[in-house]
Design a protein around this ligand. Structure first.
Ligand code: HEC
Ligand code: HEC
Length: 497
């Protein structure tokens, strides 16, 4: 497969073959054999929210090559979680899908096997990476927990100290010594370009920025393919195209007159829900960055990219959820900001896909930049209304446009069970409240008993440690859950008296 596709120089199957052929038993034996480009491009997580443990001195390494189409990760200290694991992500350019797989080197061979290879996208990965699986990388312009977490800003004190310790240990570290191009990471300008850099247009591109660009591009391809596979894509394609970019007037003009009023009414609610979720995300992201709240300020300096009209049509017209469309870990957040023009990139790709079957659209879109966009927009409007009218006559489907709606996510105590089965998160009986109640007032956690730890994890100040991982709680949910667990713990105390 890789030989017929020149863009992909390395693959999971090549990696697997390498491990088996060379009988590799450990991550540190594997690393020096990996392709040079993979060992030369990497981001370093000093505070990862993944399955792999991390620290300032022993960061989780996210290696990438082929413009992010192949990635692999590992950490550095035997005491860390998933130290014997090697995680991979591969973008399948044919299916336009992401495949996550875990390789584990067993400390003791089992039945003659010294290594296991997971299937693609097992539950263990999709708990956070989603279904369909997507990469996780915070939204521009900050990546809390990655060295150089604040875009084009100096390293914070803890980062500077941590990076120095990492760099000092690196040349003799059993694993990190296999990383190449380490001088690039050591240069201050890599994360914070100097005035001269900017003046001479020699601005270094940090690994965080590069990952943002690559993963966004691949993720948009995945999104485009996902909507194209929808049975109703053909009816909605012109409306979807008109919903991207600012060439044409607002999206309701592209719908049959009969459904404009209910559309506008629902759209308002959808847009304000989107905004509320993204504001929450910005605030909570601030709590994950050092110094506290920094990124909340920095992040608000550039405008959000929420693709709201486009997402509204996808959710209501195609009945597809967009809750895991961004690369942020948190579901139901909708900020697509990246270093590149996300909306423009998606618009271009969608236009190209539709124009492949519509020469008139191809012609008009070519003209729209030179002369006025009017002809292009008129054409989109005509085609869109035609297609959607047709839909309402034949299947009465346009009605659905006013009926289907996004449901506010509601997090309940039992949702915590999803991860706490001992494979993703530590084993805790969230599914069996009787057993849970018995242990809530016990334990020696950093914040005290289990219930104290839970209450802390539910609060905003828990930052990157906050629970449930991958969901932001609304204020109401936060209050309800906190009260719920506290009362449950209290009821156990009553029982013992
Ligand atoms: C508990 C949540 C969680 C689970 C479960 C999880 N990941 Fe991730 N993963 C993350 C986060 C968060 C990142 C972003 C970088 C970081 O914080 O370390 C990430 C990043 C990655 C990356 C780098 C590419 C990217 O998406 O940015 C790879 C590769 C990866 N994970 C592989 C896996 C594999 C394989 C599994 C299943 C064995 C898995 N992950 C399960 C949270 C998770
Ligand atoms: C998407 C997966 C996921 C979900 C959902 C989730 N957790 Fe977790 N949780 C984790 C992971 C992974 C860890 C281990 C890493 C850490 O300690 O931060 C963890 C750790 C914890 C810990 C610390 C346990 C210990 O032994 O140190 C507590 C307490 C906790 N979670 C509570 C909750 C509560 C309460 C909920 C529901 C509101 C919840 N979690 C939902 C993934 C999840």
């Amino acid at each position: 497969m890789s030989s017929t596709h020149p863009a992909r120089a390395f693959s999971f199957s090549a990696l697997k073959e390498l491990i088996l052929k060379k009988e590799i038993h450990r991550v540190e034996e594997l690393l020096p054999l990996l392709p040079t480009p993979l060992r030369s491009h990497y981001a370093l997580m000093f505070n990862s929210r993944s399955l792999q443990g991390s620290s300032f001195e022993n960061p989780r390494v996210l290696m990438f090559m082929d413009q992010g189409q192949f990635m692999a990760s590992f950490n550095g200290d035997p005491s860390q979680k998933a130290f014997d694991g090697f995680e991979t992500m591969e973008f399948d350019p044919y299916a336009q899908e992401f495949n996550f797989r875990e390789i584990r080197f067993l400390p003791k061979p089992q039945n003659g096997a010294w290594v296991t290879f997971s299937e693609a996208n097992p539950d263990k990965c999709t708990k956070c990476h989603g279904t369909p699986a997507r990469p996780i990388w915070d939204t521009h312009p900050s990546w809390p927990g990655a060295y150089g977490e604040r875009y084009h800003a100096p390293l914070s004190d803890p980062e500077e100290k941590g990076l120095a310790a990492f760099l000092k240990a690196q040349p003799n570290h059993p694993r990190y010594k296999s990383l190449l191009n380490i001088a690039f990471i050591a240069r201050k300008e890599t994360f914070n370009p100097s005035h001269e850099n900017r003046y001479n247009a020699e601005q270094p591109v940090s690994p965080n920025e590069e990952l943002s660009r690559f993963l966004t591009t691949l993720n948009l391809k995945r999104i485009l393919k996902q909507i194209q596979k929808s049975a109703r894509f053909t009816q909605f394609q012109y409306a979807l195209l008109a919903a991207l970019g600012s060439d044409c007037e607002s999206i309701d003009h592209f719908l049959p007159p009969g459904i404009r009023a209910p559309f506008n009414e629902k759209f308002k609610a959808f847009a304000s829900q989107t905004e509320a979720r993204d504001q929450e995300q910005q605030l909570l992201k601030g709590f994950r960055t050092y110094p506290l709240k920094f990124s909340a300020d920095a992040d608000t300096r550039t405008e959000l990219v929420e693709l709201t009209p486009f997402r509204f049509l996808v959710e209501n017209g195609l009945s597809l959820s967009t809750d895991q469309w961004t690369t942020a870990l948190e579901t139901a957040t909708y900020d697509f900001r990246s270093v590149q023009d996300t909306e423009g990139e998606l618009q271009t790709a969608l236009l190209r896909a539709i124009a492949a079957h519509d020469p008139e659209l191809a012609r008009l879109s070519g003209q729209r930049k030179v002369s006025s966009p009017e002809k292009y927009c008129n054409y989109l409007r005509k085609r869109s209304i035609e297609d959607l009218n047709h839909l309402s006559e034949n299947q009465n489907e346009a009605l659905k446009l006013t009926l289907v709606h996004t449901v506010e996510p509601k997090v309940l105590a039992k949702d915590c069970a999803a991860c706490h089965d001992g494979t993703v998160g530590p084993e805790l009986p969230f599914g069996e409240l009787r057993s849970l109640r018995k242990i809530l007032n016990q334990g020696k956690y950093p914040r005290g008993t289990l219930v104290q730890e839970i209450v802390y994890r539910l609060s905003m100040k828990a930052g990157s440690d906050s629970m449930p991982r991958g969901s932001n709680l609304t204020e109401e949910e936060r209050t309800n859950l906190t009260r719920y667990f506290s009362e449950l713990a209290h009821s156990d105390e009553g029982n013992r008296d």
